[in-house]
Design a binder for this molecule. Structure first.
Ligand SMILES: C[S@@+](CC[C@H](N)C(=O)[O-])C[C@H]1O[C@@H](n2cnc3c(N)ncnc32)[C@H](O)[C@@H]1O
Length: 188
């Protein structure tokens, strides 16, 4: 993911949205590069751990149904991604989707994809997907084929496969899987 960051061609102080962010190390990595980061995560414990691990003390406030943990350059909302509006999210330059789309069951994915497009005004996305035999493992992460991601996003974006590679050792050390980094650029 981090390897493909340059494909986004972002300004030095770009604001990057990390949906379903957990306590992802991507956040500290993006901040270290000068980006501003906005995330959303259901688990308040994960968000508290994220700030603890960054050794940053956040200011906590309530914004409607969401709790905002904010510090210099970083806004992390605690709550359901579907409760996040474009107005609350604010302007974003890019979306960093690692382990977010692939964490959602099939019945939520089209709602999630449409919601992301709507609240980010079709911001450029970097999305990582996995493809494997879903009968071999129930997921998450779920298998997302090329057809599936195109069904979700081709109406809003041009999709570029930046890299597809084998997951070393497969999942659970035995299920062959590939990982694809997708660059989604607003359709012209
Ligand atoms: C597989 S984890 C990925 C975390 C992070 N992106 C990473 O790379 O480490 C998926 C996360 O999505 C969060 N999540 C699931 N459904 C959500 C929702 N509807 N709104 C916000 N967060 C959600 C879970 O709490 C979990 O932390």
């Amino acid at each position: 993911m981090q390897r493909h960051f340059l494909a986004l061609n972002l300004a030095a102080d770009a604001r990057v949205f990390v949906p379903l962010c957990g306590k992802s190390r991507d956040i500290a990595w993006l901040l270290a590069r000068g980006c501003r980061v906005v995330g959303i995560e259901l688990s308040e414990i994960a968000v508290q751990q994220l700030f603890d691990e960054m050794a940053v003390v956040p200011v906590v406030s309530q914004i409607g149904p969401l709790t905002l943990y904010a510090a210099d350059g970083v806004d992390i909302y605690v709550g359901d991604v579907f409760a996040l509006t474009a107005k609350v999210l604010g302007q974003v330059d890019a979306v960093f989707d690692r382990a977010a789309l692939v964490a959602l069951p099939a019945e939520l994915r089209s709602r999630y994809a449409a919601h992301l497009v709507a609240i980010t005004d079709s911001a450029t996305q970097l999305v990582v997907t996995f493809t494997y035999d879903q009968t071999q493992m129930s997921g998450p992460p779920f298998s997302i084929s090329e057809r599936m991601i195109k069904d979700l996003y081709a109406g809003s974006y041009d999709l570029h496969d930046l890299q597809t590679q084998d997951v070393p050792g497969g999942f659970k050390g035995k299920i062959p899987a590939t990982e694809t980094a997708w660059f989604l650029q607003a359709a012209s």
